[in-house]
Design a protein around this ligand. Structure first.
Ligand code: CMP
Length: 138
């Protein structure tokens, strides 16, 4: 089991000014920030990050959305990081997210769902390495 996960605070949450509150919630839940930066993804880079969803009907919409404005990318460390972080953010669809979760508090829809969280240890490593060089991971 890895003790790291990867997250992005997405353009919708960034536009609404929720970045600080979300980072505070992550911190309060016991995650250590091992890397963090604000980035405006090009369509090409957003498409590359979500290439696994290329065949899904929402892929075009997802790429448009994720390249709409800046995101905050971060690598987070905690015991059982992937699973615990997914609990903290709640279900992909905010309508189904539990009370108190980040998506329940800050997300508007399944497409514009405020935050990303890796779904496995392997993807956490791949996604973290997509944004951060080894020199930028602490
Ligand atoms: P995320 O956890 O970042 O991983 C894939 C993303 O695709 C997901 O969050 C949503 O933002 C988006 N997504 C998943 N399902 C749908 C859908 N039915 N319609 C639009 N976007 C979706």
């Amino acid at each position: 089991m890895s003790n790291r996960t990867f997250t992005m605070i997405k353009p919708d949450a960034t536009e609404k000014g929720h970045t600080g509150a979300i980072l505070e919630k992550i911190n309060a839940a016991g995650f250590r920030i091992a890397a963090v930066k604000m980035v405006h993804l090009s369509k090409e880079k957003a498409g590359e990050f979500y290439a696994v969803h290329k065949e899904r009907p929402f892929y075009g919409e997802l790429v448009e959305f994720m390249s709409r404005g800046p995101i905050t990318a971060a690598i987070l460390e905690k015991e059982n990081a992937v699973e615990d972080f997914r609990k903290l953010i709640g279900a992909t669809n905010p309508a189904q997210a539990a009370e108190g979760t980040i998506r329940k508090l800050y997300a508007a829809s399944v497409g514009e769902n405020a935050v990303h969280g890796s779904d496995s240890d392997e993807n956490a490593r791949i996604e973290g390495d997509f944004f951060f060089s080894k020199l930028e991971q602490f």
